[in-house]
Design a protein around this ligand. Structure first.
Ligand code: FMN
Length: 405
């Protein structure tokens, strides 16, 4: 058992004062628990899903991108029209769209949603997947292309007069002024954990994203990206986004029963190749984020208060895969541990996707917001983290290992 750190009333100096919640949008009811052979959009399901995110108090929804998925721009536009408040985050691979066209599409989305558009740039974590859409650049050059892309997006949104460009990857003449966003510039987020991702993200991104890692490791990575930002002369550092797949139930004990039954089903799904993702996930992953998740999983199953890595191990860390397991209180306290380390954007998506989105909205988000409101009002930490210790207490560990050989 990890010994419990002191959860006194002092708010750590690294803590974020605010948090906003993200959840990825699902287009149909197929999940790792219950895979359905479809690549299609179930419109009724999708409507219900995004509305439940909005009603549950989520602030953003990520529309992922892959060569066989639905198009993230078109889906983001639908999200905008189906909701009033939630901000669509378009996952965008630079190889798929000329930067000035992406700037135009994003500005259009931003105007159609009255300022809600966000873009998440994916440089590509797998050579074979990139080649499926004609991109043969090695990863370091893909990141250099992303860097030039970011500059062009921002210029296209803000430059008042026509301009020409001759760069390493793009060339054009006499463009502009481009179609402008609704108001302020559209936030640009970076996905990726390689050296190049840190450099470009630190120098240029508004948001830098991670999959769920142990607290100390994540804190080290946050310091790394912030140091790069400061060395580049930035006055503001990127906001930090961290992603989990929580498994919650009324009590820690029930959550662990659920977690054990889930992992058996997920592992069956992946071993049968029945899930669409399988195609991208054979052999050792090429992207550093997944490599990190697998190396944490190899070292231990449980970290800190509630971080569980078995779900990463059985899926070859395909996409976001690390879980937080426990009661809503334990999981909210675990999320606060990350907020205390500097995360201000928390992405949570379950394994039972729609039901979990509803449950998180009802039971987890309010606890986290309540604690941050308490901190704001009193200048002190509340008691949630001291009272719901998860893995820092003996019985939690017993539930976590129950039924295992
Ligand atoms: C929060 C988050 C969301 C991501 N969404 C996508 C996605 O929609 N499509 C995709 O191909 N990769 C996605 N990725 C994966 C990476 O961005 C990708 O692995 C990266 O381009 C290269 O990885 P590396 O720098 O870690 O080696 C996401 C990563 C993170 C952290």
């Amino acid at each position: 058992m990890t010994s419990a750190p002191a959860f006194d009333q002092t708010i750590p100096g690294t803590a974020s004062e605010e948090v906003e919640f993200i959840s990825l949008s699902h287009l149909n009811p197929s999940t790792e628990l219950n895979p359905i052979r479809t690549r299609g959009i179930d419109l009724n399901y999708f409507r219900t899903y995004v509305r439940s995110l909005e009603e549950g108090g989520f602030d953003y929804t990520l529309l992922p991108y892959g060569s066989s998925t639905a198009d993230s721009f078109v889906v983001a536009s639908a999200v905008g029209q189906l909701t009033e408040r939630i901000k669509p985050i378009v996952a965008l691979r630079p190889n798929t769209t000329f930067p000035l066209v992406a700037a135009q599409k994003l500005a259009t989305l931003d105007q159609l949603t009255e300022g809600r558009a966000v873009v998440h740039l994916i440089s590509g974590g797998n050579d074979a997947e990139q080649a499926r859409q004609g991109d043969y650049l090695p990863k370091d050059r893909r990141y250099r292309r992303t860097s030039e892309y970011i500059d062009l997006l921002r210029r296209a949104w803000t430059e008042p007069a026509p301009f020409s460009h001759e760069g390493e990857f793009y060339q054009f003449d006499d463009f502009g002024p481009g179609f402008a966003p609704h108001g302020s510039p559209i936030p640009i987020s970076i996905g990726g954990q390689s050296e190049e991702a840190f450099r470009i993200g630190g120098e240029k991104a508004d948001i830098f994203s991670f999959w769920g890692e142990p607290l100390d490791d994540l804190r080290g990575e946050i310091e790394r990206v912030h140091a790069i930002a400061r060395a580049a002369g930035r006055t503001t550092v990127p906001r930090i986004w961290v992603t989990f797949r929580p498994i919650i139930a009324q009590t820690d004990e029930l959550a662990w029963q659920k977690a054990h039954s889930y992992v058996a089903k997920i592992s069956e799904t992946f071993s049968k190749s029945a899930f669409g993702k399988q195609r991208h996930q054979q052999g050792a992953p090429e992207n550093v984020g997944s490599q990190r998740a697998l190396s944490f999983a190899e070292k231990a199953e449980l970290y800190d208060r509630a971080l569980w890595t078995r779900t990463a191990a059985v899926t070859n860390a395909a996409g976001a895969s690390t879980a937080l397991v426990g009661s809503p209180e334990t999981v909210a306290a675990a999320i606060l541990d990350y907020i205390d380390r500097g995360a201000s954007l928390v992405s949570i998506r379950g394994y039972d996707t729609l039901a979990d989105a509803v449950d998180y909205g009802r039971h987890v988000l309010p606890l986290v917001h309540q604690e941050l409101a308490h901190r704001k009002a009193t200048g002190r930490r509340g008691t949630l983290q001291a009272e719901h210790l998860g893995n820092y207490a003996e019985d939690y560990r017993r539930y976590a290992t129950a039924g295992q050989a």
